[in-house]
Ligand binder design. Structure first.
Ligand code: IPD
Ligand code: CA
Length: 251
């Protein structure tokens, strides 16, 4: 039996040790190649992913990771990771970024963790059991229609949505933002640029869903994603169906 919470936390700490000395430095942003989805891989991404591969390869599980893509060894388990979600923030010294780790058994989620390096907060999602922040159960907050706060990624589409809510935040690390939705700090996280990849959202999806979030694509259908590092997705994750309706009629 794999102890996924231990594995994820040990891995997070190993990554932390290797990358944090580079936080906010030019060196962290050195270009080292392209990821399978066509994004530029920076030095910090490469260092973090090397730690992930060194740790996970001996476990004999399939690995899906942002910079390297899929490593299929025929296991029933697939670990979908983004070693650093929020690389731009990391490089620029903006303290919002995390390690995103999600485990699937025969394609069904069984465990997810999001680790925030600066606050050291550990968010977990356990399908059928719930979502946790540092071991305490968390829930999305009830919607207050007069005071809606969302994270909204758009390239102009649905821009009128910003007039219908009180606060808009775009924090640059969607896995972290989904965890903030799960803990009740945001009412919604929306990315309708056809841009996020399964590696960005796998853990945040499980955590937010277990905390009671409703998560759909840009048509209001259940989000479906392959365990893969290249697929491009739209995602709407909210605490209440009323907010989902407002978003769908606006975009
Ligand atoms: C990025 C972040 C960001 C989102 C981008 C992602 P990365 O992840 O999650 O919030 O806008 O779509 O690529 O590249 O820093 O792992
Ligand atoms: Ca990343």
């Amino acid at each position: 039996m794999y102890e996924w919470n231990e594995i994820a936390l040990n891995l997070a700490k190993d990554i932390e040790r290797e990358v944090m000395p580079l936080f906010g430095t030019k060196k962290a942003g050195e270009f080292v190649g392209f990821s399978p989805s066509g994004d530029k891989t920076k030095l910090v991404d490469k260092i973090a992913e090397d730690v992930v591969l060194e740790y996970l390869k001996p476990l004999g599980v399939n690995i899906v990771s942002e910079e390297i893509g899929n490593i299929d060894v025929g296991s029933e388990y697939a670990v979908v990771v983004d070693p650093i979600d929020g690389s731009f923030n990391f490089i620029q010294g903006i303290p919002i970024f995390g390690f995103s780790f999600a485990v699937f058994k025969n394609k069904k989620p069984v465990y997810a963790m999001l680790y925030e390096f600066i606050t050291k907060n550990v968010y977990e999602g356990i399908p059928g059991e719930g979502a946790y922040l540092n071991g305490e159960k968390i829930w999305v907050r009830p919607l207050n229609e007069k005071s809606i706060s969302i994270s909204f990624y758009t390239r102009g589409r649905g821009a009128k949505l910003v007039e219908k809510v009180r606060r808009t935040r775009t924090l640059g690390a969607i896995a972290v933002e989904l965890a903030y939705l799960a803990r009740g700090s945001l009412d919604g996280v929306i990315d309708i640029r056809n841009y996020v990849r399964p590696t960005d959202i796998a853990a945040g999806y499980v955590i937010a869903r277990e905390a009671g979030a409703v998560i759909t694509d840009d048509k209001g259908e259940n989000v479906k994603f392959r365990l893969d590092a290249t697929e491009k997705l739209n995602i709407i994750a909210v605490n209440d169906r009323k907010l989902l309706e407002l978003i769908l009629e606006t975009i």
